[in-house]
Design a protein around this ligand. Sequence first.
Ligand code: HEC
Length: 179
Amino acid sequence: MSLVLGDRSWLHSTVNSISVPNPGKSRNWTARLLMFLCMALLIAVARAALDDVQAVSKEQLAKFDKGPTSIDVSAYPAGIQESYTAFRQKCSLCHTLARPINCDFALPDEWSHYIKRMMYKPGSNISPAQAKKIYQFLAFDSYVRKKALFDDKHSKADDAGKADADARVKELLAAFPPK
Ligand code: HEC
């Protein structure tokens, strides 16, 4: 009998010696790995959301880039013609000027948002005064040259969007009365 008990005791000590020496430490690593995976997932989701804000596909960009590279501004008010120069200089630094000319932004608010985005890109060097001129040019130009797109977007905007566009266009036309 005692022999059998003795035999079992070696079994216990063997089991003890093969169990993980510091179970607390191993849980720690599992937790760290899980944390790491969660963080990686969060970052991936955040990046996907950011890309979504960008919204426009490579194909669309290529289509914009292949369109006309200049605008006939001869019928625009003198102040707007001046701003065309700032637009041409600043907005052709990183991509063709065709891109902003042919893209489908039309409402003033879309432009003010987008110009800000471009201002924050490293190396763009667009001063607030230049940004204002470029905004005035693009908002005026879209209202005239892209009238159909402007009207379509305006009709689809909510009340606040419509009111914002109306107020901005009114201000623009008061500052730069059409010829
Ligand atoms: C410092 C580099 C840089 C400058 C300067 C710059 N852009 Fe861009 N632009 C980009 C990059 C990069 C993209 C690609 C999409 C993105 O990152 O928004 C882009 C994309 C665009 C698009 C297409 C985006 C869309 O959603 O349709 C328009 C329109 C545009 N730029 C307008 C402008 C205008 C207007 C200016 C001048 C105020 C300007 N860009 C100046 C770098 C620049």
